[in-house]
Design a protein around this ligand. Structure first.
Ligand code: GLU
Length: 501
């Protein structure tokens, strides 16, 4: 079989030129690693910064078939993070399909082309033979057993239906490639394995598919994790064998995890239980806070904005220069993420915050009589992440069985005796209020403190403890009583008095 030249020319003619084209090429694993999110973000930023196109390509050849839910996770994550794509499986584009299993026929043709060029060969070695080869050294290179097969021998095996893979034939010499982050790197070809390009099931390996697809999709900048750096020479040799232009490589150093539990720093991985993007959302982090923090994991702005930490997406697009990407690994730190998230939460409008907070409030505040927007207003300045919320507001539904010692507070000048007296005085004042508004409760209690010649805190402390049954609450006595309503407030104050008697 020889390759149809017309078909090859047609494929070439489809490739768009004259614009920056980048791609995010996730494998559908069902979750998005922080490292993958960072790759997606940098890739998107390079396209947007240069006014180019951002392409989403699903690399599913390892799985054999498409896992629908896993792709949906990718779509949902990208959308929530604001990483819009111009071409992809769902929106199409000029160089589709954008799912590798749907491109399967094409890889075989390009592998055949390489065979014809003498840059690849069929390998019929059995599993057993390869196992034997790797018995002593799992990293042993393939011994090129099948490279010496004659055309007749190959034909006979093909006719007999023997399964085979197609391997890259690594030439002699050395290979130099350039990476925008790591500079020029040269390797001795003797170190490179004749890697498999097409597996026996006919599907390409990642190592082959990425080169063919990046070329056919007109990708100008390839952004990926530094773990692929050692494979880059093999990709370069493939580009050279085809006579294709090599894209700009941008390898990003690993994302490490600053593990608060052990105090150690190690490569961030789902296997160690480190959080994925979905985990972070479930833990109550806002996508935009995560994205802002992740942008700075291995990239830094320059010039006037070198010290800037908070960026909108538009600001990131303007500021994102490839030169700012760091060679050294960065450490993902939950405390730093908390800092970003708290700032993003504070920056929301009260309505936006209430909307985000509502499901978290409802985890513990089930009583529909309690207004979640009013509760949210107490929380906005007081949480680092939304998952802090349920435990902070659980007292609305159920008054905890608190210790009477909570009524004693030095700073507020209260003890059991003083608190009992304060509650006794507060009860009729609150009971007598005609309107249960913030102002009315406030004025009633402050007026009472004045009449009694005590500090406001001396009165407010026991009222708040009786109302909430907790030493630390979001909001003070007035706000909490207002949300609880008159009847429940009076009931709780009475319970407080009983405890103190
Ligand atoms: N499918 C590969 C991954 O998920 C993509 C690597 C690349 O961007 O080339 O790691």
């Amino acid at each position: 079989m020889t390759i149809d030249k017309g078909w090859l020319d047609e494929m070439e003619a489809r490739i768009p030129h004259g614009e920056a084209r980048t791609r995010f090429a996730p494998s559908p694993t069902g979750y998005m690693h922080v490292g993958n999110l960072r790759t997606a973000l940098y890739t998107w930023l390079i396209a947007r910064h240069n006014g180019g196109k951002f392409i989403l390509r699903i690399e599913d050849t390892d799985q054999g078939r498409l896992v629908a839910d896993a792709v949906d996770v990718i779509y949902a994550t990208m959308r929530r993070c604001g990483l819009t794509w111009d071409e992809g499986p769902d929106v199409g584009g000029p160089v589709g399909p954008y799912i590798q299993t749907e491109r399967r026929d094409l890889y075989g043709k390009y592998a055949q082309l390489l065979i014809e060029k003498g840059c690849a060969y069929r390998c019929f070695c059995t599993e057993e033979r390869l196992e034997e080869l790797h018995k002593d050294d799992p990293n042993a290179k393939y011994d090129r057993h099948c490279l010496s097969l004659s055309p007749e021998e190959i034909q006979a095996k093909l006719d007999a239906g023997e399964p085979y893979v197609i391997r890259q034939k690594i030439p002699e010499g050395s290979t130099t490639f350039h990476d925008a982050v790591y500079g020029d790197i040269t390797v001795d070809n003797a170190e490179l394995d004749d890697q498999i390009l097409i597996k026996s099931d006919g599907l390409p390996t990642y190592n082959f598919a990425n080169v063919v697809d990046d070329h056919l999709m007109g990708i100008t900048h390839v952004v990926r994790g530094a773990e692929y750096l050692s494979s880059a020479p093999k990709y370069n040799l493939l580009y050279e064998a085809f006579g294709w232009e090599v894209p700009t490589y941008i390898h990003c150093a690993s994302v490490m995890f600053n593990d608060p539990a052990t105090g150690t720093v190690r490569k961030m991985s789902k296997r160690h239980g480190d959080p994925s993007y979905q985990d972070l959302v479930e833990q109550g982090y806002l996508s935009q806070a995560v994205v802002n923090y992740v942008a700075l994991l291995g990239w830094a702005p320059h010039g006037d904005i070198a010290e800037q930490e908070f960026f909108t997406m538009d600001e990131l697009v303007r500021a994102f220069e490839i030169e700012g990407i760091s060679k050294s690994p960065s450490a993902f730190d939950m405390d730093k993420l908390n800092y970003f998230n708290a700032a993003y939460l504070r920056n929301l409008t009260p309505e936006e915050f209430a909307r985000e907070a509502q499901p978290w409030i409802r985890q513990t505040v089930k009583n529909p009589a309690y207004d979640t927007a009013a509760i949210a207003a107490l929380l906005q300045a007081r949480c680092e992440k939304l998952s802090d919320i349920p435990e902070k507001v659980d007292f609305f539904d159920a008054l905890p069985d608190y210790d009477v010692e909570l009524f004693t507070n030095k700073k507020s000048k209260t003890n059991g005796e003083v608190s009992l007296e304060m509650l006794k005085q507060a009860y009729p004042v609150l009971e007598g209020l005609g309107c249960w508004s913030q102002d009315a409760i406030h004025d009633g209690l402050v007026g009472l403190a004045e009449t009694l010649s005590v500090k406001n805190a001396t009165l407010m402390w026991p009222v708040r403890i009786a109302a909430a049954g907790k030493a630390v609450t979001p909001g003070g006595a007035v706000e909490i009583c207002r949300i609880l309503g008159k009847d429940e407030t009076l009931r709780r104050i009475k319970l407080g008095m009983e405890k103190l008697q």
